[in-house]
Write a protein that binds this ligand. Sequence first.
Ligand SMILES: C[S@@+](CC[C@H](N)C(=O)[O-])C[C@H]1O[C@@H](n2cnc3c(N)ncnc32)[C@H](O)[C@@H]1O
Length: 428
Amino acid sequence: MTQAREQVRAHLDELSVTSRRHRGLLRRLREPATIADLVDATALSRRAVETLLRLAGPDLEQIGDTYALAADGYDELALPDGAPLAWTGREDPALVDRLIPLIAAAPPPVKHFDHVPATRASVARRATWLADELWLPGATIAFAGDHDLTSVALALAVPDVRIVVVDLDARLLDHLREVLPDAELHHLDLRDPLPTHLVGTADAFVTDPPYTPTGAALFVARGLAMLRGGSAGAVHRRGLLAYGYGEELPTLGLKVQRAVQDLDVVFEQVLPRFGRYVGAQAVGSASDWYVLAPTPRTARAVARFTVPDERIYTHGRQSQEALPDTTAVPAATPDPAAVLGARLAEHGASTVRAAAVTALAKGLRAAGERPTKPQVRDLVAGVLAPDGSAVPDGGTALDGDARLGDLDTAARAALASALVALLPPSPD
Ligand SMILES: C[S@@+](CC[C@H](N)C(=O)[O-])C[C@H]1O[C@@H](n2cnc3c(N)ncnc32)[C@H](O)[C@@H]1O
């Protein structure tokens, strides 16, 4: 055991789940390679390559401008033969097959927890991505909510990994207790402060949060708080976030991305339409896979984070989309938009058209107008597209005959925004 090798090992330990390409570099160094070859083979920065070469220095043979390992004992540090340097889009149908009975036995989705199940193939894809992209042996992976059972897929794909799941759904935790007896399970509400024994204990976290700005920021903030290493070490940990928005609602997408980036993380990768869902048609039944890389400022941003609003969900009693965006409006004033939104939220059983007429009439009255019912109906007809054609001015096509309660998040939000746009401009 050489001193150089121990220094390399300590460096790789520090790099934690992000050490995979460095280990690929050690594999490449079995044959002579120039710095350019090593950068080319690993896509690591020249600085990262030079650091490893310096640490391994005494164990390297240098001929001209090439380097090669000249000491034994590096095989256990190097990426194993045949292991990919990074995820290449590999799917794992055998893993999908193994997941089928386990997912089938999971508790059914419930709206008030914002459950929208990811497809089995997507759950397996998350696990193969984690297995192929991160360095996982001995790592702890935390799940901030996991009704999809991504933790189970990961445990099947990578046995040598410690799993921690926090979730508010006790039924899910009971199921996980059966399927994953070695996992650490915590029944808690992420809106409450994270218990200190969970802070700084994980090497990566995975979350598919409620798709609201507050919901996404909350789940990501709690995931980040679970990462090891404080402000320096956390930069070598990762967060994986599933999030999608309808292409007609880029403003919502921007708000969610901003809320997440306010935690001072970098979007290291965004893989489009990586996850697919059973339902969630408002977001194309799809989500993107965000690889969140902490920065030295993340720990401070997480420490400052406060739960901005109890209403984090896209569905149910505490849903956000039940109300249009009223953030610019003082809460105490009887704002017509809020009146309209609250009225709309009460109408799950009505058709979209009927609910829209009542809500718009309420909103207009709150704004001091006295429209007749036919006038309101005409206004509403302008934002509905019963034939499925696009609404003028580029808005979302909404079917007036659909049941309001069947609309999903983004469609409800689109309806609320379209109706709010019909109100007279607010004085400010
Ligand atoms: C928000 S759902 C998102 C959709 C996801 N595809 C699914 O169906 O599970 C993700 C997970 O968060 C959990 N969850 C919801 N609200 C929570 C809360 N306040 N605290 C902790 N976990 C929560 C849900 O039980 C679920 O397991």
